[in-house]
Structures are given as C-alpha cells and as structure tokens.
Design a protein around this ligand. Structure first.
Ligand code: KIV
Ligand code: ZN
Length: 532
C-alpha cells in the first residue's frame, strides 16, 4: 500500500517535555499550552501520564475535555491499572487515544523489566487488547526500539497489531541512532511486518547526540508517518526532537521529503514564546527557527544581500513562522483601541478583564518607558493570558544597598486587602528583597535559579526577571516579572512563583499578620469610630 503524504504531528510537550527538570507547568499553564497547540494544528496532544500523579491525571482529563480539534492521548505502562487511569483521563476527549509502552531491547527486558522475551510478547498482546476494549485508538510504543534486536522487534510489533494497535511507535529512547541507520531501520521493519503499511508508523527521537530532528526526518524517508516531538525540543535529558524544526524541515525541503503536515507554521513563534514564558526557560539565541538570532543578519555582506533579495541568506521568510518584523512602536499616548489592535495583530485575543489588566500594565510601562515594542506588548499579554490569580501582590519596597554595606530590604506585600511587611538583609539588594518575602511567608522556599535579561532595546528597556523556587516538598515553581526597574522585576518574578505555590495549594490563609504601624493606627482609629 502506498504511504500517504500526510505526516501526523504528535506533540508530547506536556508529557515527555514537562517531565524534564525545570519544565513543570501547573494546570492552568498546561491548558493554555494545549489550546495553543490546537490553534497551531498539531494532530495529537499527549497531555500527560495519567497514573503518575493526581495532578497529572487532572491535567490530562481537563485537556481532554477542553480540546476539540486534536486527538488527546495519555501515556500508560503496559499494565491494567495504568491503562484504566489513562482511559478514565482521556475518555471525555473528542478523539481519545491510549498510548501504552513496554521496552523490547534485551538490556531493558533483562535489567529494568526483569522479564523474559516471551513474557514481554505476551504482555504486549494482552495489554494492547485490554486498551482496545476501552478505546478504538491505541498506540503501542516499543521502548528502546532502536536498540532492539530486529527479529524480536518484528514479533512485538506483530503482536501489538494483531491485538488492535492502530499506531506503532518505535522510539529512539536514548538518542543512539544516526540518520542513515534510522532510515534503514524503518524500511527494514516495514519489510518484516507488511501489516505496518495499513496503520500509522511513528518515530520518537531523543537528542542525546544532537540528531533527534535529523533522525525524525530520516524516519519519514523510511516510511514513518507520525513524528513525535516537543516545542523548543524540551524533554528528557538532552530533549526530544523539536517540533518547529521537523515541521519547517519538511516545509522548506518538500522536494526531498514530499510530505505535508497540518501545522499552521505562522503559529510557531507564538507557541515557542508561550512555552518559554510559562516555564521561565529561555530559548538559546542561536536555536534553529525560533532563536532570537535565527533571522538576524549581522555581517554587512549578508545585510546587503538580504536587502537586495531576502533569499540570498534566508531559506524561509520570517513571516512563515509568525515572526512579525513590524516593530510599530506604541507609547504613553496610545489608546486602548490601538493597544487592542496591536494585540490582535500579534495574535492575542484576551478576554475583556484580561485586556483591562493588560492595558493597565501597558500604561504603567509606557509611563516609564518612551517606546513600547512588540516584544514588550507580547510579554504583557502573555502574562495576563496565563497568569495565576493574584494572591500576594507587591505594595512597595525600599532598598538600602551599596558596595561597602550589607544590603537591606523592606518589602510590603498585599493580600486580600491586608498589608504584610518585613525587613531583611542579604547579599545584594535582590537577595535581601527575596529574604524579606520569605520572612513574610514564614516558610522555607529555596531559590533555585534566577535570570535577569532586558526584553527590548534601549536604555529604558524592560527588565525581564525569571526565578525558579522550590517549596518544602521539593516541587519547583517558575515565576516571571517585568519592570523597567530590575529590582522590581525580580521581586515580581518571586511573587509570581509564590502565587503559583499558593494557587496550587488552594491558597491557604496567610500564616501571620504583619500589619504595618500605619495600618494598625488607621484600623484602630476606625474601630474607635465604630465604638463611639
Ligand atoms: O522515549 C521513549 O521511549 C518514550 C516512550 C514512553 C514513548 O518517551
Ligand atoms: Zn521519550
């Protein structure tokens, strides 16, 4: 049977991507990301690993019930309890998929599963059939397929197909294969198992040797018609194959691959930026397709060529990936209408209350900064769109710092109309401010990572601070803050991460009340007035 020329894009940002260090997302963030993946036109969203935690179960279920245009999958080990949980989580989807996996390489069977090969084959058949009772759409993955002995892999694949699998995924779990070998591997398995021609064959590549995208493309040459990938290539260890690179590779070199995807490439930049903002992990400037420098031409010769004819040094136009070069500048005299129009052009459709909050933020920034660029506006809009509810807010802060003294910070936070203030010292003004917030919260949060960048050009550029903090249970939370004042941006980033903790905990009441002297005085006199 001739292979179709349509490649299914299976996005696993919310599963293989999210499970890697520093990439965790809360429920609201996962929903926001899933909606963006749907808007971009991926075919399958792997929303998580339902049995792995109650939080994962809930997010798979909510994504399944929210997303209408994509298949929604949950991962499951080849085990009844896992499959039950996966089905419970995805059954509300418009098109649910159970994705079960079992390792087939000798190394994994012997040392990890401690199972004999015959028992593995039996489990593949039994558990695929078990999943099939729930769901018509079942994917089986032979974990560590590229290091599996070919005869045995063919038997495992046959067993899964006979039991009803509709997609067979052959992962390069440890990023070991090479493009030439991978193409041959896919051709060989098609030869050994002719039934593969009737179902979808999938590639899932990791980037340990930096070959994940090249290997995914070569799998397509070998007959794979599903590519598993993540936005910005996030994932276990060195990451998974980057969605934007696979999609643009197929698009730009259609003469070689002769296939299409359903992805709206103009949504690529927005998906990449959204993930970076949510996780707080910056995209390297030289990252293919979505890095800041991917379309920047520094050399005079290149600049000259591009001005004469962009094709001299650009193999794709920036607009194809949704990169808007229009740096129309807004300022403090710009009205809400112009702001809203600009947001729409950039692809943001905020709700009226989000728009209100974003406009207020824009005005504050425009007051301090002469020119507000697209990057600033996108950061403001994205912040509103994925913001957790404000639990603590910054009321004010005063810092005393210098190179010969210990920095001290007085920080005052507001929560439900009450003010909480503490003083703390630290190694520099930002450290002191973070300690003061820690004192207000009265709990040991540890700062894991802190980054400070400038968002746009110019001396009045917005400071873009990102923090990662861990709570008492070791869970990581990222936060982001923007301000023309870098200390304020840093404090806001810290508070943003703190709010995520309290939001996830169901916003427990503040431990201690630390009213300021002025507040105590005004509340006391209000009380007196009432008594009089
Ligand atoms: O890398 C891998 O093998 C996986 C499977 C669970 C599909 O992520
Ligand atoms: Zn993987």
């Amino acid at each position: 049977m001739a292979k179709s020329n349509r490649v299914i894009i299976f996005d696993t940002t919310l599963r293989d991507g999210e499970q890697s260090p520093g990439m965790s997302m809360n429920l609201k963030e996962k929903i926001e990301m899933a909606k963006q993946l749907e808007r971009m036109g991926v075919d399958v969203i792997e929303a998580g690993f339902a049995i792995s935690s109650p939080g994962d179960f809930q997010s798979v279920k909510t994504v399944a019930e929210t997303i209408k245009e994509c298949t929604v999958a949950s991962l499951a080990r080849a085990d009844k309890k896992d499959i039950d949980a996966a089905w419970e989580a995805v059954k509300g989807a418009a098109d649910p998929r159970i994705h079960l996996f079992l390792a087939t390489s000798e190394l994994h069977m012997k040392y990890k599963l401690k199972m004999k090969p015959e028992a593995v084959l039996e489990r593949v058949a039994q558990m695929t059939a078990y999943a099939k009772k729930y769901c018509a759409n079942v994917q089986f993955s032979a974990e560590d397929a590229t290091r599996t002995e070919m005869d045995f892999l063919a038997k495992a694949v046959e067993a899964a197909i006979r039991a009803g699998a509709t997609t067979i995924n052959l992962p390069d779990t440890v990023g070991y294969t090479t493009p030439e070998e991978h193409e041959k591997f896919f051709k060989e398995i098609h030869k050994r198992v002719p039934e593969l021609a009737k179902i979808t064959v999938s590639a899932h590549c990791h980037d340990d040797l930096g070959l994940a995208v090249a290997n995914s493309l070569s799998a397509i040459l070998g007959g794979a018609r599903q590519a598993e990938c993540t936005i910005n290539g996030i994932g276990e260890r060195a990451g998974n194959a980057a969605l934007e690179e696979i999609v643009m590779g197929l698009y730009v070199r259609k003469n070689i691959y002769k296939v299409e995807t359903g992805v709206d490439t103009t949504e690529i930049m927005r998906s990449s930026g959204l993930l970076s903002r949510i996780t707080g992990v910056k995209i390297p400037p030289n990252k293919a397709i979505v890095g800041d420098n991917a379309f920047a031409h520094e050399s005079g010769i290149h600049q000259h060529g591009v001005l004469e004819n962009a094709a001299t040094y650009e193999i794709m136009t920036p607009t194809v990936i949704g990169l808007k070069r229009n740096n129309l500048v807004l300022g403090k005299h710009s009205g809400k209408h112009a702001f809203e129009e600009r947001l729409k052009t950039l692809g943001y459709n905020l709700t009226p209350s989000e728009l209100e909050a974003a406009f207020k933020r824009f005005k504050e920034i425009a007051d301090r900064k002469k020119q507000v660029y697209d990057k600033d506006i996108e950061a403001i809009a994205a912040k509103e769109a994925v913001q957790v509810p404000k639990i603590y807010g910054l009321d004010n802060f005063v810092i005393n710092s210098g190179n010969t003294i210990t920095s001290t910070a007085v920080v005052r936070l507001e929560r439900e109309g009450r003010l909480y203030e503490k003083v703390a010292g630290g190694d520099g003004p930002i450290d002191a401010a973070f300690h003061a917030i820690g004192k207000i919260l009265g709990r040991p949060l540890a700062l894991e990572d802190f980054q400070l960048d400038s968002l746009s050009e110019g001396k009045d550029a917005l400071g873009d601070a990102r923090v990662v903090i861990t709570d008492e249970k070791g869970r990581k939370y990222s936060g982001r803050g923007l301000s023309t004042d870098v200390i304020e941006a840093s404090i806001k980033a810290y508070i943003n991460a703190v709010n995520k903790i309290y939001f996830e905990e169901g916003s427990a009441p503040a431990k201690k009340e630390n009213r300021t002297p002025a507040q105590k005085k005004s509340q006391a006199s209000a009380k007196k007035g009432k008594q009089a």
